[in-house]
Design a protein around this ligand. Structure first.
Ligand code: FES
Length: 100
């Protein structure tokens, strides 16, 4: 389980994860905000269906893929969370036509 270091910053950014309202701090990446909120799994493997979650937090491993505002294959660790963002678990590989 992850938890934030103590400081004075407030969670002021509101977004949803799988339809549930969640809060983040200004400047959080999507992956950091999800981990801080207790969501360790952000996608499911296209091969086995196993739950996967952020690992490297620097854009290398691609374990943090999520759907953001309906667009699949977004790297959560490389995307800054924004007010009103709609983030969903990515189940398996994105279907053709779902890409940008
Ligand atoms: S956590 Fe590794 S690429 Fe995002």
């Amino acid at each position: 389980m992850f938890r934030r270091l103590p400081d004075r910053k407030e969670c002021s950014i509101s977004f949803t994860f799988n339809g549930v309202s969640t809060m983040a701090r200004q400047g959080d990446s999507v992956a950091a905000a999800l981990l801080a909120a207790g969501h360790g799994s952000t996608r499911r493997s296209p091969v086995s269906g196993a739950a996967r979650g952020p690992y490297c937090m620097m854009g290398v491993c691609f374990e943090c893929l999520v759907q953001i505002d309906g667009r699949p294959n977004r790297q959560g660790c490389m995307t800054t969370v924004a007010e009103g963002m709609r983030i969903e678990t990515q189940d398996g590989a994105a279907m053709p036509g779902q890409e940008e």
